[in-house]
Ligand binder design. Structure first.
Ligand code: HPA
Length: 268
C-alpha cells in the first residue's frame, strides 16, 4: 500500500501547480464550495494512478488544485464510501496521499441525519467528536509509521479550529450546532429504533462517511475540522421516509453558509 501511496503522490507532485497545506473533502451535494475554488488544475480521479473512482450520484470525482479566497487548497470533489465496496485502505487512500503532499489541515463535510431533537433540517453542525460504528477501523493492519500503533483520539477534531469556526459563524450571523457524528457502514438509512439507539448513545447526527478519513488524518498528525449538513431527522418517533434526492436537496439549500464558513476558515 505504501508503495502505491508514494507512486500517486509523486505523480501528483510532478503535475501540481501549487503546494497547498489545506485540503477539503466535499461530501454529498456540496459542489457550491467547489465552484468557489479558482481552479489551477483539476484531475479526474480516473486519470490519477491508483485512485479509486467513486460511483455515487452527486459525487463528481475530481481532485482540484486551486485557490479558495486567495489561499492554496487541494479539494476532493467526491469521496469513497465504505458502502460502495471499497476497503478501508481504499476509502482513506487519498488522505494518505494528502499527507505525502504536505497537507497539514483537513476540512471534511458531509450530509447527515439529525438524531438530536433540537436540530432542524438545514442546520449546520460542527463535528466536535465521533463514534466509529463502522465495522472496521482504517488503521487495522500493520501500523503505518505516520503515527503510533494506538493513537489517542481525545481531540480528533481540533478544538482550535472549532473555536475559530464559532467566531466566524457569530461574525456572519450563521447559526451552527455542535455535535457528535456517528458513522454507520450504510447504505441503509436508519430504522426508527436505530435512530433512537444512536441518540441514546450520544450521537447528534448519523452518516455513512467521514470517520475513516478523520481517523487516518489524525494518525498522520493532520488537524481536522468537520461539518455536517443536517438533511433529515430521525429518532423522534416521527415516521418519515428518507430518499437520497431529499438529502441532496437539503444539502443544496444549506450550502451557501457552509461554503462561506469554510472559505473564511481557510484564510486563518
Ligand atoms: N442516515 C445516514 N446517512 C445519512 C443520513 C441519515 O439519516 N442523511 C444523510 N446521510
Amino acid at each position: 500500500m505504501y508503495k502505491k501511496i508514494r507512486e500517486t503522490a509523486e505523480w501528483l507532485q510532478q503535475r501540481m501547480p501549487n503546494a497547498p497545506t489545506i485540503a477539503i473533502v466535499l461530501g454529498s451535494g456540496l459542489g457550491e464550495l467547489a465552484k468557489r475554488i479558482e481552479r489551477l488544475k483539476t484531475f479526474p480521479y480516473k486519470e490519477i494512478p491508483n485512485f479509486p473512482v467513486s460511483t455515487v450520484e452527486g459525487h463528481a470525482g475530481e481532485l482540484i488544485f486551486g485557490k479558495l479566497g486567495g489561499v492554496d487548497v487541494l479539494a476532493m470533489e467526491g469521496r469513497f464510501h465504505y458502502y460502495e465496496g471499497w476497503t478501508m485502505q481504499e476509502v482513506t487512500f487519498p488522505i494518505r496521499v494528502m499527507y505525502e503532499l504536505g497537507i497539514k489541515t483537513l476540512f471534511v463535510s458531509n450530509a447527515a441525519g439529525g438524531t438530536n431533537p433540537n436540530f432542524q433540517i438545514g442546520d449546520l453542525m460542527i463535528i466536535t467528536d465521533h463514534i466509529n460504528y463502522m465495522p472496521e477501523n482504517p488503521l487495522r493492519g500493520p501500523n503505518v509509521p505516520t503515527g503510533p500503533r494506538f493513537p489517542d483520539m481525545g481531540e480528533a477534531y481540533s478544538k482550535e479550529l472549532i473555536a475559530k469556526a464559532d467566531a466566524i459563524a457569530a461574525k456572519h450571523g450563521i447559526k451552527v450546532q455542535h455535535g457528535v457524528y456517528l458513522a454507520t457502514q450504510g447504505p441503509t438509512y436508519e430504522t426508527p429504533a436505530e435512530y433512537r439507539m444512536f441518540a441514546r448513545w450520544g450521537a447528534d447526527a448519523v452518516g455513512m462517511s467521514t470517520v475513516p478519513e478523520v481517523i487516518v488524518a489524525h494518525h498522520c498528525g493532520i488537524k481536522v475540522f468537520g461539518m455536517s449538513i443536517i438533511t433529515d431527522l430521525g429518532g423522534m418517533d416521527i415516521p418519515m421516509e428518507i430518499t437520497h434526492e431529499q438529502v441532496l436537496r437539503a444539502a443544496e439549500a444549506a450550502q451557501p453558509n457552509m461554503a462561506l464558513l469554510i472559505e473564511e476558515m481557510v484564510k486563518i
